[in-house]
Design a protein around this ligand. Structure first.
Ligand code: PLP
Ligand code: COI
Length: 367
């Protein structure tokens, strides 16, 4: 027996009859913040064990109707993605490596026992939302429309097994800088009491539970005047993993970029791209275990000359200081590193279409 090929989904479109007035939208786009405002529409695709993916649609943004027994609410069977739509100077709208987000959503789905959404449907879901909400993509420098695809177990069933009914959604939120200080160096809090992910756990998946467990240590970070929390490995508590919502990269004075290699961190698309750009310039890249001691001693001796956080929301953000119980690395007056800022510039130049896209990373969403 041959299986029928799975065709790309077609979307039913219901345009909102109550879209925000352009004056209200423009006021939001003038100062979007991060994750506070949402566009006029959203995407939903349903999956069931019997029928697979079906009933793809775009409709007015609004609350979900969920069975209170939906397993996402009890057992956290959930995954998500984060990527941005960028407005180019000719008005066109583009996303950065959405195929990599589609692939990561599939890897997260495998770990959370959720179904794979084909890449073609993932990219089309973004296009469908942009077709209605393109006017929400801001054009001021360094602003974008943050796209948040997510998948949740919607079956109402309290037995602990993977759900037979799942929903995939995309919502979108205009975005300015993630950190209120813009791209100024941030301070990081090292969590020595809490871990983010253990061996064999869900650390490499983009799933809500990882973020839920980061909230308390993140609160600790705020209490110590730090913008983000840095997690160490759960087993020995000595190797760098990543920040609550970003990867971390150190720069050696010989120009080598060093970043933690671990199977319990999220493989960031921003980090991968930055390292590629650095490699293109002839920098050496080391993906390996890095101890906190190596970081501290390296900063003290002058071997580590720059450090930065990177991710879709944070883009590339310099790290000035690292604080923790009995630890203080760096100082409050550190200025943003030259290489950090020039890699940030090159990445955003590609994303905003200001330089040639030599790696073929950009996908147009509005055509
Ligand atoms: N690590 C974590 C825990 C994250 O939440 C993110 C953000 O998505 C990243 C790393 C960076 O990933 P990306 O560059 O794909 O956004
Ligand atoms: C992203 O960068 O897309 C994330 O999911 C991280 C979060 C801090 C918003």
């Amino acid at each position: 027996m041959t299986l029928a090929p799975v065709l790309p989904l077609t979307f039913d479109v219901t345009a909102s009859t109550a879209v925000r007035a352009s004056v209200d939208r423009d006021a939001i786009l003038a100062d979007p913040g991060f994750g506070k405002h949402f566009t006029d529409h959203m995407v939903e695709i349903t999956w069931t064990a019997e029928s697979g993916w079906h009933h793809a649609r775009v409709y007015p943004y609004g609350p979900l109707l969920l069975d209170p027994a939906a397993s996402v609410l009890h057992y956290a069977q959930e995954i998500f993605e984060g990527l941005k739509a960028y407005r180019h100077s000719d008005g066109s709208v583009w996303s950065f490596r959405p195929q990599a987000n589609a692939a990561r959503l599939q890897r997260s789905a495998t770990r959370l026992a959720l179904p794979h959404l084909p890449e073609v449907d993932f990219v089309e879901s973004l296009r469908q939302l942009i077709a209605l909400d393109a006017s929400w993509v801001p054009s001021a420098p360094e602003t974008s429309l943050y796209l948040r695809p997510f998948m949740i177990a919607t079956e109402g069933f309290l037995g602990v097994r993977s759900a037979h009914r799942v929903g995939y959604y995309v919502i979108a939120s205009p975005a300015g800088a993630y950190f209120t200080g813009g791209v100024a160096p941030i301070a990081i809090w090292i969590s020595t009491s809490y871990s983010r992910a253990g061996k064999g756990g869900t650390g490499a998946a983009k799933t809500g539970g990882n973020y839920a467990s980061s909230l308390l240590p993140q609160q600790e970070a705020y209490e110590h005047g730090c913008a983000q929390v840095l997690f160490l490995d759960a087993l020995e508590g000595k190797y760098l993993e990543e920040l609550g919502g970003m990867n971390v990269v150190l720069v050696h004075r010989d120009g080598t970029l060093i970043t933690p290699d671990s199977d319990s961190i999220l493989e960031g698309i921003t980090r991968d791209s930055i390292l590629q750009l650095a490699e293109d310039r002839g920098h050496r890249i080391e993906r390996r275990k890095v101890t906190l001691d190596e970081w501290g001693e390296g900063v003290a001796s002058g071997d580590i000359v720059e450090m930065f956080a990177c991710g879709t929301a944070a883009v590339v953000t310099p790290i000035g200081r690292l604080l923790g119980e009995g630890v203080e690395i760096g100082s409050a007056d550190v200025v943003a590193g030259e290489l950090t800022m020039s890699l940030r510039q090159e990445l955003t130049d590609i994303q905003y279409g200001r330089v040639a896209d030599r790696h073929g990373w950009m996908t147009r969403l509005d055509a």
